[in-house]
Design a binder for this molecule. Sequence first.
Ligand SMILES: Nc1ncnc2c1ncn2[C@@H]1O[C@H](COP(=O)(O)OP(=O)(O)OP(=O)(O)O)[C@@H](O)[C@H]1O
Ligand SMILES: [Mg+2]
Length: 362
Amino acid sequence: MRLRKLLLINFKNIHQTEIALSDGINCFVGDNGAGKTNVLDAIHYLSMSKSAFTMTDGQSVSHGEDFFVTEGSYVTDNERVELVNCSFSKRGGKIIKRNGKEYDRIADHVGNFPVVIVSPRDTDLITDAAEERRRYLNGFISQLDNAYLQSMMRYNAVLAERNVFLKRSSDESMLQIYDIQLDEHGTRVYEQRKRVIERMQPLVAEYYGFLAEDREQVEMIYRSELDSLSLRDILLQSRERDLVNQFTTSGVHRDDLVFKIGGYPLKKYGSQGQQKSFLIALKLAQYRLLAEQTGEKPILLLDDLFDKLDMRRVERLLGLVSGDDFGQICITDCNKVRLESILKSAGKEYVLFTVDGGEIKR
Ligand SMILES: Nc1ncnc2c1ncn2[C@@H]1O[C@H](COP(=O)(O)OP(=O)(O)OP(=O)(O)O)[C@@H](O)[C@H]1O
Ligand SMILES: [Mg+2]
């Protein structure tokens, strides 16, 4: 999948721009606050129908405006042209169109235009609570399999209803009905997460080993209450506690991912560069699964390429992602000289865009 043209109107600090991208490496350089990350986020929007960073769509509308438009012209790996338009207005909400046709459900769009983003904010995955890791898994597995997104949405809807119910009633026959539904959707979510993580584990270790030249080993482990019991039994066991607490205390909404380095928690014992390398390995593993599943090489967005990495790891990373297993790449960095010199010395072709106050020039 390659993005050939990108049109943006009122997207954060970018008021209006239209750029033509290269199929290979695209570099966006400029000072802090210029709008480099915003460009990558706009590309993320077109694929995922949401920002990689901000929580609400409204936050992506330029200050003082009441709508934004992002539009991309894509070419698939078998040379089919696809036009995606994603707009949001404070009054009318979000609309996504593929080749001029609006989707019945926005969720149906997810997965059709695979993208993977690596950004300094990924460290939230290590430092924040489990919710952040579940959010990541959900976004990623939804791209792999749209049915997962449906199961997750149904699970969350039943969970919300069950929690409201627990606040005002203790009718166990009604709880039983909720439990049957939670079990159905939650078990699907669990099985899909487990399958995906099992496929990812060796890839994460492999990519980490490559970036770190095998200096240390990393692991990723999936933790779920469903590892030892069915969700039906778990819900039954925790019913009394749920009634006391007035919310659902067990289920796949409590799953977590555990990251380790040399057998110890990455959060406590990993250096910043090691943590960053782990996150890149994770994202590259995600890339590989997406490429296999969709048959399309995702667009790879590398925000702040040099963030916390030493020169050697940046070189190894660039060598890897500019190889045959990867496709189009968009890179940002605030230092033009540094970025150009590393790309030139690696003998890589690239296209350079300068970003300044929300203006982008090739
Ligand atoms: N809704 C918005 N409307 C207008 N400007 C916005 C909006 N949201 C963010 N911005 C502006 O966008 C700018 C940040 O852009 P961005 O994060 O893309 O910078 P950057 O070039 O990646 O910088 P850095 O090198 O520091 O990462 C800030 O000046 C911020 O105020
Ligand atoms: Mg940035």
